[in-house]
Ligand binder design. Structure first.
Ligand code: HAM
Length: 429
């Protein structure tokens, strides 16, 4: 195929055979968000570039080198959203829905865009589901967000494969004091730092803690620790969160080097990581961003949230073989009809059945075909039962009912009794 007719590298089709798993995942999360009192928000995929520069931070990897930015026909600089938090902040400000200290608990789902080097679990178009909460500053809501994700892992059957890492970046005051101490320490060991860390030391020193370079990691062993610089407010908040996680029985590890790649965080930061997916092991991440709304021009409004990467969680479900069997079955009943008269009767009959059983997944054979070929298609469809209508059955106003997966004998059912019979043997979703 010529190159121009292929999908863009790092941007994937999700094929019909994959979408049942996606829909299962998405509906599980959506139901959970509803149950915890979060309402969905939908924002545009494209925003002014300025929004992401000002919120995510000018000297982050995302803004420096990963954004899909272009000029539109008006000459405005626009960007495909690399994440969802910035747009939520913009939307609550624009519509005044956090005014007067009003609480907002929202969730979103959709594609995000980052020009990263594609590999397993890392794509240029990927999908996130996230939650954001505004105007609640206590650790109780941080705990709720984590509890919600923990419940999700339980429902998906992947609890044993994920681990919660937790840290506090403190208030901006305590972070400022820590940054100073870290810069002073690292500057004294400048020659032992890798090139990237030397650059980050000047632009975004906390990100040095994130380094993968072994020499720099060795220098960091004796570096000042963030925990020693937390002010009372930050420490009380962090202790409050830990106490709640303990009470809820959620295991976690404190990772003092967890700093996150976006600049807007304060106090709580967390990541759910797995060792089952190779290098791209963070399946969900988030934290508190108490200064962001104000920084974007609003009144001081605390915020906290997370986002999970859908592709990574789908990969994890597949890797752990936690894909429920029933989700891949798309058809309950497959109707085979032979000859034109039977086809016409089959259409009328199946519409009547659909009226009575709106949730029944009934597929009618299309494209005619011999008994053998229609039967093969019925079997391949995954249906539990085949319905068979030929001239003989039509003459008697009955339809053949044949279990395809070994549950019982074939029998004839009167047209009038078909819906009632199907209702007894097919579990309605
Ligand atoms: P993030 O850590 O940049 O945070 O992304 C959250 C999650 O999205 C990651 O943990 C990962 O699962 C997934 N993800 C990120 N990049 C890719 C990629 N290139 N390919 C596949 N999956 C990816 C945020 O986006 C913040 N907005 C999270 C947040 C919400 N913090 C507070 N509220």
């Amino acid at each position: 195929m010529s190159k121009s007719l292929q999908a863009i590298r790092g941007m994937n089709d999700i094929l019909p055979e994959q979408t049942p798993l996606w829909r299962y995942f998405e509906s599980t999360v959506a139901r959970l968000c509803d149950n915890y009192g979060y309402k969905q928000i939908r924002t545009p995929i494209v925003e002014f570039t300025e929004l992401f520069k000002r919120s995510i931070g000018e000297v982050t990897d995302i803004v420096e080198k990963e954004m899909y930015t272009f000029e539109d026909r008006n000459g405005d600089s626009l960007t495909l959203r690399p994440e969802g938090t910035a747009a939520c902040v913009r939307a609550v400000l624009e519509h005044g829905i956090t005014g007067g200290g009003q609480t907002q608990k929202m969730w979103y789902i959709g594609p995000m865009y980052r020009h990263e080097r594609p590999q397993k679990g890392r794509y240029r178009q990927f999908h996130q589901i996230g939650c954001e909460v505004f105007n609640l500053d206590g650790p109780d809501i941080d705990a709720e967000l984590i509890v919600l994700t923990w419940r999700l892992w339980g429902q998906l059957g992947i609890r044993d494969a994920v681990k919660l890492e937790l840290n506090s970046l403190g208030t901006s005051d305590s972070r400022g004091r820590y940054r100073e101490a870290l810069v002073e320490y690292l500057s004294a060991h400048l020659d032992k730092l890798d090139e990237d860390s030397q650059r980050r030391l000047k632009t975004n020193p906390l990100r040095v803690l994130d380094t993968k370079n072994a020499d720099t990691q060795a220098v960091l062993v004796d570096a000042p620790k963030m925990a020693d610089y937390l002010d009372d407010e930050s420490r009380v908040h962090f202790d409050g969160l830990k106490a709640r996680l303990d009470a809820a029985g959620i295991p976690y590890v404190i990772n003092p080097k967890l700093v996150r790649g976006l600049d807007y965080y304060s106090k709580t930061v967390f990541e759910w990581v797995t060792d089952k997916l190779g290098a791209q092991g963070t399946v969900c991440a988030g934290g508190r961003y108490d200064g962001l709304v104000e920084q974007m021009g609003g009144k001081p409004t605390p915020g906290v949230g997370f986002a999970m990467g859908i592709e990574r969680l789908i990969l994890l479900l597949e890797t752990l073989e936690q894909v429920p069997e029933e989700i891949s079955r798309q058809v309950d009943v497959y109707l085979c009809a032979f000859g034109e008269a039977a086809e016409l009767a089959a259409l009328a009959l199946s519409e009547k059945v659909r009226d009575q059983l709106p949730n029944l997944r009934l597929q009618i054979n299309a494209g005619a075909g011999s008994f053998k070929s229609q039967f093969k298609k019925a079997d391949k469809s995954g249906a539990l039962y085949a319905l068979i209508l030929g001239d003989d059955e039509l003459g008697q106003q009955v339809i053949g009912f044949k279990p395809l997966r070994g549950q019982g004998e074939q029998q004839n059912i009167a047209f009038d009794a078909l819906a009632a019979h199907l209702a007894t043997c097919v579990v309605q979703g």
